[in-house]
Ligand binder design. Sequence first.
Ligand SMILES: Cc1ncc(COP(=O)(O)O)c(C=O)c1O
Length: 472
Amino acid sequence: MATTMRSLECLMKRVCRESRRSYGALPEGSAPSSSQQLINLEHEYSAHNYHPVPVVFSQAKGSSIWDPEGNKYLDFLSAYSAVNQGHCHPEIMKALQEQTERLTLSSRAFFNDRFPIFAERITSMFGYDMVLPMNTGAEGVETALKLARKWGYEKKKIPKDEAIIVSCCGCFHGRTLAVISMSCDNDATRGFGPLLPGHLKVDFGDKASLEKIFKDNGDRIAGFLFEPIQGEAGVIIPPDGYLKAVRDLCTRYNILMIADEIQTGLARTGRMLACDWEEVRPDVVILGKALGGGVIPVSAVLADKDVMLCIRPGEHGSTFGGNPLASAVAIASLDVIRNEGLDERSAKLGLELRHQLVEIQHQFPKYINEVRGRGLFNAVEFNGESLFPVSAYDICLKLKERGILAKPTHDNIVRLTPPLSMSTDELQVASKALHDVLDIDLPKLQKAKPEKVSKADSSVCDRCGRNLYGSS
Ligand SMILES: Cc1ncc(COP(=O)(O)O)c(C=O)c1O
């Protein structure tokens, strides 16, 4: 009886869906093509797990994006730093096309003729013995956590099931259960419990607290996972000397130093790795995003043999990790970064962009608290009180109207992370747009928005009760 009812329900749902499709805004059989139609379609049929700026990407080249109506925009997000090389880079597209015609997937049940070349290339480029290939960034982080636990039990002799990973308040490492178990973002954790045990938190940038945690729990700590610059938290740069101190403490307490360079790596901050700013070599490095050249998901965990060989056949893997298509694309992506000197370019352009942004800050000191960044990894932190009832999201909507695509992080921060191939003229266009938003649009927005909008308090951390993101 229950089964019959369920089938009936399914049938009804399908009939309703079909009638919505045929009697909706579009004539039957025609493909939706305008921005608004596509946004509506996504809203109807896709989970609502993002809050996008309402612009539809239809075509892209380098730093430029076009929507279906042919409007042009400049990209100041780079798909969260996955497009460091610029959209549809010709060398990367060529590698993709050539490989697509030959071989795309072997699974690692067999060997293929691309992955070994990629493995040799990436390990020699970053100076590690071995790589473990995965697909998304979160999978890379999961892999590093498993590797650290395994190393902890086998090499450090941590008692069974007692291994601890230490991570930082305000961190962002992805969306899987193990990873959100370390998150301080209530939106990421509420309603998803129980979270994974075996974690301790420490303030980012605070070496005294890190030492205390290591001293108190060092025997059971397998790894310290951190972002060298916290991205989603709002491009938070640790105090000078922090990365060196982390290295020293990890060595002293025999704890793996695990750098999540998924967003900061591959030239984004003006160095190949953000850890290079302090000439520090982590024990484990996680890469992702731009490793796939903005084309396909590719992530990688790098470590030396004494760590990596703790994982044996059958203990970890992924059907698509190390596939020949991903390997060919990743080789081309690394080559482009190296051959085009994107690290130096990012460092130079970053200085220029911050110079322009600081000028704007001087003109609008009431609204801008801080301009910060390394290379082309930058953020403008607004004064939430003066901006209110306008939010960083509203600023991004206005930037979009002026042809600049940026994304807020939290209520009062706008990230500016363009492709590293961007020209100096394009940087200037963005700075001018931000100036005009503050000068022309903001006063109108503040007048138009109802004053009674209540302030969001979701950045007060469930764990410690503090406002981690400094929204003022
Ligand atoms: C530092 C960091 N780690 C991990 C991730 C997760 O990567 P993915 O979205 O590919 O799973 C991100 C994504 O933004 C990130 O910024």
